[in-house]
Design a binder for this molecule. Sequence first.
Ligand SMILES: Cc1cc2nc3c(=O)[nH]c(=O)nc-3n(C[C@H](O)[C@H](O)[C@H](O)COP(=O)(O)O)c2cc1C
Length: 198
Amino acid sequence: MAMLLKIDSSPMGERSVSRKLTAEFAKTWTKAHPGGTVISRDLTTLDIPVVNGAWVAAAYMPEGARTAEQKDALAVSELLIAELQKADEYVVGVPMHNFGVPSTLKLWIDQVVRAGKTFAYSAAGRNGLLTGKKATLLIASGGVYEEGSAMEALNFVTPYLRTVFGFMGITHRLWIHGHYGRKHHCCRRDPEIDDRRS
Ligand SMILES: Cc1cc2nc3c(=O)[nH]c(=O)nc-3n(C[C@H](O)[C@H](O)[C@H](O)COP(=O)(O)O)c2cc1C
């Protein structure tokens, strides 16, 4: 049965634009996948640890040799990676904060980008391990970062997310939804994503 993982990272609750976008996406997806399951992960309600030296040591320790403390240090990472492995498709709501991703999403990224789990190095080079997965990244920003405009260079969200999701082997598409207050402007999207608001 098809499974969608819906990830939200906005702290703005019901006022959040990105949460509205992910909810709409999940609704449409559910109609298109009768019997499918949606798992929701709210990054603002999970206590995601900061990656520290103990975490790195645990991650690079062979699984069978990890101490109980090291297993504990990786518990959240294991949980979040298992969700990525289980789902077929992801939708991620991303509010632009200070030209980048919000800190909750950065914490999530640091927990899920893991050697041997979501990417690997081999003699042939580096490869992502989450192949066959598809992600839709729905970004909300106050400003409009139109392609070719002076503002474009200030958008660090899009290139960063493309790099991270691509690094894990995930096929991805992005849609950035810029708005001034309540007025909606769609400034940049991948062609395959419908713009229902412009
Ligand atoms: C802490 C914070 C930082 C923000 N930084 C930016 C920014 O750098 N550029 C921008 O265009 N909008 C910025 N905004 C506006 C948000 O991107 C915008 O309100 C967007 O709708 C946030 O998504 P959300 O509604 O899902 O929370 C910021 C908002 C907050 C709360």
